[in-house]
Design a protein around this ligand. Structure first.
Ligand code: HEC
Length: 143
C-alpha cells in the first residue's frame, strides 16, 4: 500500500512539474533554435507512426501516366519548390528560416506513394507543411 501511494505521489509530482515547466516559458519555441534531442525524437516518431497509420488503404494511381506526371510537375513548380527545392536550386529565402527544414524531395524521401499522398493532402501539424487538400481537389479512394 505504501509503495503504491509513493508511486502515485511521484507520478503526481512529475505531472505537476511538467505543467509548471509549460507555464514557466523556459522552453524556447523559436524556429531559429534547434529542438532538444528528446523533443526531436518525440515529434519524429509521432509523425512517422501517424502517417503510416492514416495512409493505410489509399489506392495509388498509375504513377507512370505521362499526363499525371506533367500535371504534377506543374503543380510542384507552383506550390512546392519554395520549400522542397528542385534540381539546380540550392536554397530559397523562405526555406532558410524553417524548422524543421523541408526535405529536398528530389534527393530524400522514404515514404511510400500512399503515405506521400496523405502527407500532401493533410499536411503536418507544427511543421509548416501545408494541408494542400484544403486548396485543391485531391481525390483518391479512402482518406
Ligand atoms: C512552407 C513550406 C512547405 C511547402 C510550400 C510545402 N511543404 Fe512539404 N514539407 C514541409 C516540411 C517542413 C516538411 C517536413 C515535415 C516534418 O518532417 O515534420 C514537409 C514534408 C513533406 C513530405 C514528406 C517528405 C519526407 O521525407 O518527410 C512530402 C511528400 C511533401 N512535404 C510534399 C510537398 C508537396 C508535394 C508540396 C507542394 C504541393 C509541399 N510539400 C509544399 C514544408 C513545405
Amino acid at each position: 500500500m505504501r509503495i503504491l501511494l509513493g508511486a502515485m505521489l511521484a507520478l503526481l509530482l512529475l505531472a505537476l512539474s511538467g505543467v509548471a515547466y509549460i507555464y514557466s516559458g523556459a522552453y524556447n519555441v523559436a524556429a531559429s533554435d534547434a529542438h532538444t534531442p528528446w523533443v526531436e525524437w518525440a515529434f519524429h516518431e509521432t509523425m512517422h507512426n501517424s502517417v503510416e497509420e492514416h495512409a493505410e488503404g489509399i489506392n495509388v494511381p498509375d504513377l507512370d501516366d505521362d499526363q499525371l506526371i506533367a500535371k504534377g510537375a506543374r503543380a510542384y513548380q507552383q506550390m512546392c519548390v519554395s520549400c522542397h527545392l528542385r534540381p539546380g536550386l540550392e536554397n530559397t529565402i523562405l526555406r532558410q528560416g524553417l524548422n524543421p527544414k523541408p526535405p529536398v524531395l528530389a534527393e530524400e524521401g522514404h515514404w511510400a506513394p500512399a503515405e506521400q499522398f496523405w502527407i500532401v493532402k493533410h499536411g503536418i501539424k507544427m511543421s509548416s507543411m501545408p494541408a494542400w487538400g484544403r486548396r485543391m481537389t485531391i481525390r483518391r479512394s479512402g482518406k
